[in-house]
Design a protein around this ligand. Structure first.
Ligand SMILES: Cc1cc2nc3c(=O)[nH]c(=O)nc-3n(C[C@H](O)[C@H](O)[C@H](O)COP(=O)(O)OP(=O)(O)OC[C@H]3O[C@@H](n4cnc5c(N)ncnc54)[C@H](O)[C@@H]3O)c2cc1C
Length: 385
């Protein structure tokens, strides 16, 4: 029978970052259990790879202020490329209320130390992306250090380095039970055997709620389908363009390969483990897309190249990080609500701090604990894309 100081359930970007940060801090006897035969088959491999500090809540801004410089230095620190491209996020405002919202967020972001964000006049927005329909644009905000990473490469980088530092990755190892004794957690059972441990981290992404049930916890994490549509090669938008977010509809796009990658949050989507791409979505997204970016009329889309994955939503769109109250040795790193790639470095660091020292100075971790739901301390993040 194997044993480990810490067992991490889930080998996506979050589990990999937790493994990296634990081994980096000297806790080397770490086992990561991944049910698939390869890493990245969950949400990480489906992500749009966007990273941004332009959030509304201090805790999300702080997590990005740690994570984005981490991505920039990733190659040097972790020894593997992150694919970070600081092309920025451009929020495009078309209502007075959007401007007020961006102004309030801007002030909060700057007060927390973000130096690369600016509020823009409408002419500056149009200068940045001249192809936008601009008759109703009132202004915007732009942060030059926001951008994109390659989620798969970040995940592999974290894991390879963690393995170099002592961690073990077990694939095709679905966890089927978590065992407890009088002292708390005492092991996990998988299809291929048992691992004895006193510490378990639930990093099972959209399946985190199912894993929490193994310890009789009702974790409020709901899977929600999210679809992305790439264009065929398309040269009407510069490949150096930022992620552009139309605040009117929530439609957003960024350059990807020789074309664009488009996203839109369909309000008709309902929770569930649906990962099939619905071709009806193509027309829905293009309607919003062409409205803001008329040249998209000329773009070709092959629905067979589009895909769907799962967001892992919590009621307040913030992750649940930290120990499970009353179950010694059980930890959650769940519910990223669509921000798990960009916040993976901060999450790994916070989890390693909490497991090894019981506290972290990266954020006020009480804000993100599981008890906040029972105690009615919900946060509110409105900058959810
Ligand atoms: C279409 C789309 C676009 C997105 N765009 C962005 C973006 O631009 N920026 C951003 O930051 N985030 C984005 N996200 C969200 C981001 O992808 C997730 O928040 C992130 O990948 C979560 O990482 P994870 O490691 O927690 O989960 P996953 O990558 O899902 O990893 C969880 C792993 O746990 C494994 N697992 C589950 N149950 C078990 C079990 N019982 N035993 C063993 N293993 C198990 C799964 O196989 C999986 O590999 C996007 C998501 C989608 C779907």
């Amino acid at each position: 029978m194997q044993s480990a100081d810490v067992v991490i359930i889930g080998g996506g970007i979050v589990g990999s970052s937790v493994a990296y940060h634990l081994t980096e801090a000297g806790c080397r006897n770490v086992v990561v259990l991944e049910r698939e035969s390869q890493q990245g088959k969950g949400s990480t491999g489906k992500s749009m790879g966007g990273v941004r500090a332009q959030f509304a809540t201090p805790v999300n801004i702080r997590m990005s202020l740690f994570s984005i410089p981490f991505f920039r230095a990733f190659d040097e620190v972790v020894g593997h490329p992150s694919g970070y491209r600081g092309q920025g996020y451009l929020f495009v405002a078309t209502h007075e209320r959007h401007l007020r919202y961006l102004q309030a967020n801007y002030e909060r972001q700057v007060s927390l130390g973000l130096k690369t964000v600016a509020l823009l006049q409408s002419e500056e927005v149009v200068r940045m992306v001249p192809q936008l329909r601009s008759d109703d644009i009132l202004g915007g905000s732009f942060c030059s250090t926001d951008g994109f990473v390659d989620p798969h490469s970040v995940m592999r980088g974290f894991m390879l380095r963690a393995i170099d530092q002592g961690a073990r990755l077990m694939r095709s190892a679905e966890v089927t039970a978590i065992e407890r004794d009088a002292g708390g957690i005492c092991g996990v059972r998988t299809a291929s055997g048992r691992v004895a441990t006193r510490t378990v981290v639930n990093a099972a992404g959209a399946w985190g709620g199912l894993v929490a049930k193994f310890v009789d916890v009702d974790l409020p994490v709901e899977p929600l389908r999210r679809m992305l549509v790439p264009t065929e090669p398309f040269d009407k938008i510069a490949h150096t363009a930022p992620m552009v977010v139309d605040m009117t509809t929530g439609f957003h796009f960024r350059p990807e390969g020789m074309g664009l990658l488009m996203a839109w949050n369909d309000p008709e989507e309902t929770p569930g483990f649906k990962t099939n791409f619905d071709p009806v979505f193509v027309e829905k997204i293009l309607t919003r897309g062409v409205d803001r970016l008329p040249c998209l009329e000329e773009a070709e889309v092959n629905p067979k190249r589009a895909w769907a994955g799962l967001y892992e939503m919590t009621p307040d769109h913030h992750p649940i990080l930290g120990p499970a109250h009353g179950i010694a040795g059980m930890y959650f790193a769940n519910g990223f609500s669509g921000h798990g790639v960009m916040h993976s470095p901060a999450t790994g660091k916070i989890m390693a701090d909490l497991i090894l020292k019981g506290t972290s100075d990266l954020v006020d971790t009480r804000l993100l604990n599981f008890e906040r739901f029972a105690e009615g301390r919900l946060l509110e993040e409105t900058a959810v894309l």
